[in-house]
Design a protein around this ligand. Structure first.
Ligand code: SAM
Length: 253
């Protein structure tokens, strides 16, 4: 098994993955941010949704483990800093912790949830959405199969839990679940799936020598064409999201 590597490039993200934050507005609605609230945006990326929360009158801190994404968020004038979501360093500071499309990259959910709990004031909310079980299964299967035919294996870089598993983790920390649902959401891509692979599947691609990578991507694209591309040439990734809203009880410390 090889270790995984993922590098975030804000320009590539803006070109091939802008749909991620564009489709995050229902999670902002679920958060129901109130003017003047202190909000932590966990895994804020280049800050597109952080900026929306600021526009709504909130005091927002964005954290992300990528220096490049934080630099892009700062260039929008946002209060953003590099921090691992699995080792948050905040205590009783926030009315809410918000997260879109980031929690599945953090493979130690117990540490994430414990850090979120500490970061929240009593009565605070933890609201988010990320990949749930079944997310991009056809893409993962195609990647694993093309790697296996090259004698390689990669441990999944993602945590795509079953709703019951995530509910159990949240409740074990003391969170009260308001809503938690798995939402199949086939997602239109801005081009063919190669942009998605180059943006998100680097842990699979980077184990191959540079000279083999383009062939590998082409093979995965052709495997996926009959599954994800319709007769008009539109590609839809087989996204399945886990969306949740929880509260830290008022009586909690
Ligand atoms: C798909 S992007 C989502 C960004 C943003 N929330 C949005 O909606 O556009 C995932 C983000 O999670 C961040 N991330 C991955 N692992 C992380 C970790 N351990 N701690 C903090 N951020 C992490 C990545 O750097 C990346 O910016």
């Amino acid at each position: 098994m090889s270790s995984t590597t993922q590098h975030w490039n804000p320009a590539q993200y803006g070109k091939d993955a802008r749909f991620v934050s564009d489709l995050g507005m229902p999670v902002v609605d679920l958060l129901s941010p109130q003017r003047g609230e202190n909000i932590l945006d966990l895994g804020c990326g280049d800050g597109a949704l952080t900026a929306k929360l600021v526009e709504l009158g909130c005091n927002v801190v964005g954290v992300d483990s990528s220096f490049e994404m934080i630099a892009a968020a700062k260039s929008l004038g946002l209060n953003a800093r590099v921090m691992d979501g699995q080792a948050l360093r905040f205590t009783h500071e926030f009315d809410a912790v918000f997260s879109n499309a980031a929690l599945h990259w953090m493979k130690n959910p117990e540490c994430v949830i414990a850090g979120v709990w500490r970061a929240l004031k009593p009565g605070g909310r933890f609201v988010g959405e990320f990949g749930g079980c079944g997310n991009v299964t056809s893409i993962v299967t195609a990647l694993e199969s093309a790697l296996s035919s090259r004698g390689k294996m990669v441990a999944s870089p993602w945590f795509f839990p079953h709703p019951e598993e995530y509910k159990r983790l949240l409740e074990a920390s003391g969170f009260e679940i308001k809503t938690l649902e798995l939402i199949p959401r086939p997602t239109l891509l801005p081009g063919d799936v190669s942009g998605w692979l180059q943006t998100f599947a680097q842990p699979y691609i980077s184990v191959l020598p540079a000279a083999q990578r383009l062939d590998f991507i082409s093979e995965v694209v052709e495997t996926l064409r009959p599954l994800l591309c319709d007769t008009k040439g539109d590609w839809k990734a087989d996204y399945v999201r886990l969306r949740f809203a929880t509260t830290k009880p008022n009586t909690a410390t």
